[in-house]
Design a protein around this ligand. Structure first.
Ligand SMILES: [Mg+2]
Ligand SMILES: [Zn+2]
Length: 191
């Protein structure tokens, strides 16, 4: 299949603190301290950075698709983020056409598959970083390496992981530590 190595990033709890209300603008986002330098280091190593995020706030009517797109455009302008893909659905709750089962809501891997097709990425040479089990599962399903960060709900999620899944992932304190793991692995596999 070929394609480039990349880093898939969960958004809420991985890049920035999770907010009570879904954010609409970049200035509302409280980024964790290591995030900006980590993104710059990964990008400097030639790794495309792709945000993959479940945003059922769209299904619930809290934010519109246009608002979410605008926020993600700001994200890509202010940080070295290549692209952002969001699942606007919720399987049970919300407004049509978003209240439905879909193939993009993590732990399903539809968002990552779309990103791989549109940006010629090879999931087998890539990583996913997230603070939730479902992030890890979405990446592992495609053969990516998975790193759980302990920001956001990461601590709680780690405590709930079964041994089989725990053995397939690595853990990092935050995105800064995750980026160091990725850069070491990326150097080892060559570009
Ligand atoms: Mg998260
Ligand atoms: Zn979806």
């Amino acid at each position: 299949m070929g394609g480039r190595a990349a880093v898939f990033l969960d958004r809420d709890g991985t890049l920035h603190r999770e907010l009570e209300r879904a954010p609409r603008s970049f200035d509302e986002l409280e980024f964790f301290p290591s995030v900006a330098p980590a993104l710059r280091a990964l990008s400097a190593a030639g790794l495309p950075l792709v945000v993959v995020t479940n945003q059922s706030a769209v299904a619930s009517g809290e934010v519109s698709v246009a608002e979410l797109d605008a926020l993600h455009a700001q994200l890509a302008r202010r940080l070295p983020i290549t692209a952002a893909y969001a699942c606007p659905h919720h399987p049970e709750r919300g407004l049509p056409p978003y209240a439905r089962a879909c193939t993009c809501r993590k732990p399903r891997s539809g968002l990552l598959e779309r990103a791989c097709a549109e940006h010629e990425l090879d999931p087998h040479r890539s990583w996913i970083v997230g603070d939730a089990r479902r992030d890890l599962e979405a990446g592992l399903a495609l053969g990516a390496r998975a790193i759980l960060v302990l920001t956001g709900k990461g601590e709680r999620e780690l405590a709930g992981l079964d041994g089989a899944l725990r053995a397939r992932i690595s853990v990092a304190r935050d995105l800064g530590e995750a980026s160091a793991q990725i850069l070491a692995g990326h150097a080892a596999q060559g570009r």
